[in-house]
Design a protein around this ligand. Structure first.
Ligand code: PAF
Length: 294
């Protein structure tokens, strides 16, 4: 496995692989790798012959009061996990390599990025899209695998690839969960024992929504209310609980009836830790249902 920190070297390694007839698979990450990330790597390996993982804590997607400086940086452990998972190249650039002094261009995002995390983390998706567009430019034609725990990010990036005609196939992989149903996240390591136990309220709420949907409920407000009740019981603060259109992630009004597919998404704070989770009604099982967990 090669470890590369220069954008030009990454570009050259991917070009060489393609010239040798290989399909390139790409997993962008911010490190602090857990089994959810390794599932993305496995999926990339299934779909491609040459797998690149980027590890870069991207400053432009964090707000001024967010956890950029304390975001976990665990490069040695990440490197070992990538090596054990058969990754070909780890790209770990310095911030100055990705944001050259004096740069002034950013990716402008639209409606898909406007609500939920887009509304509660202003500038977040512009930062995500800008760094991912740069990474896609370096990696070139490829298949890129993202986790659907960040469902809105997956939709926003899919939209970006379509709108900017980038030569990348975007794949969204189902959320990987702990055996008890908690969605895997690099931020779970911030949780105290008490908050870790409370955090299951997110998965419980989403599971209740799936049960109600499967029983025929189509009122956006009623589906939202069952999630809200569970999340209010455990969270210190709630950024949002939303029932939204699964393509453009635009929330339904409580009075609306949803169709046969919609995303229910939640962002809540336990202590200083912000957790997100979601489920696509009409497509996925409840997080606490048998078979939905690791
Ligand atoms: O999902 C993440 O880890 C990040 O948002 C990403 C896609 C690597 C961009 O920095």
């Amino acid at each position: 496995m090669d470890i590369v920190d220069s954008p030009a070297e990454l570009c050259a390694a991917c070009e060489r692989a393609r010239r040798a007839g290989k399909r390139v698979g790409f997993v962008p990450t911010m490190g602090a790798l857990h089994d959810g990330h390794l599932a993305l790597v496995d999926e990339a390996r299934r779909r491609a012959d040459f797998v690149v993982v980027s590890i870069f804590v991207n400053p432009t997607q964090f707000g001024p009061s967010e956890d950029f400086s304390r975001y976990p940086r665990t490069f040695e452990a990440d490197r070992a996990r990538c090596e054990a998972s058969g990754v070909d190249v780890v790209f770990a650039p310095a911030p100055a390599a990705m944001y050259v002094a004096g740069d002034e261009t950013r990716v402008h995002v639209g409606e898909t990025a406007a609500h939920l995390c887009g509304a509660t983390r202003p500038g977040h998706f512009e930062g995500v899209c800008t760094v991912v567009a740069k990474l896609f430019a370096l990696v070139g034609p490829s298949v890129a695998v993202f986790g659907r725990k960040d469902y809105q990010q997956f939709r926003v990036l899919s939209r970006m690839v379509e709108d900017l005609m980038l030569p990348v196939e975007v794949v969204g992989l189902a959320t990987v969960r702990e055996p008890d149903g908690l969605a895997m996240s690099s931020r779970n390591r911030y949780l105290s024992e008490r908050d870790r136990a409370r955090a299951l309220g997110l998965a419980r709420g989403l599971t209740r929504a799936v049960e109600r949907f499967d029983a025929g409920e189509r009122s956006a407000g009623k589906l939202r209310a069952v999630v809200l009740a569970e999340v209010e019981a455990i969270a210190d603060a709630i950024d949002y609980v939303a029932v939204a259109d699964a393509e453009r992630v635009v929330p339904f009004a409580d009075e609306a009836q949803i169709g046969e597919r919609a995303v229910v998404a939640v962002a809540a704070r336990l202590g200083a830790t912000r957790l997100i989770d979601n489920v696509v009604l009409g497509e996925e099982r409840g997080p606490l249902d048998e078979g939905a967990r690791a």
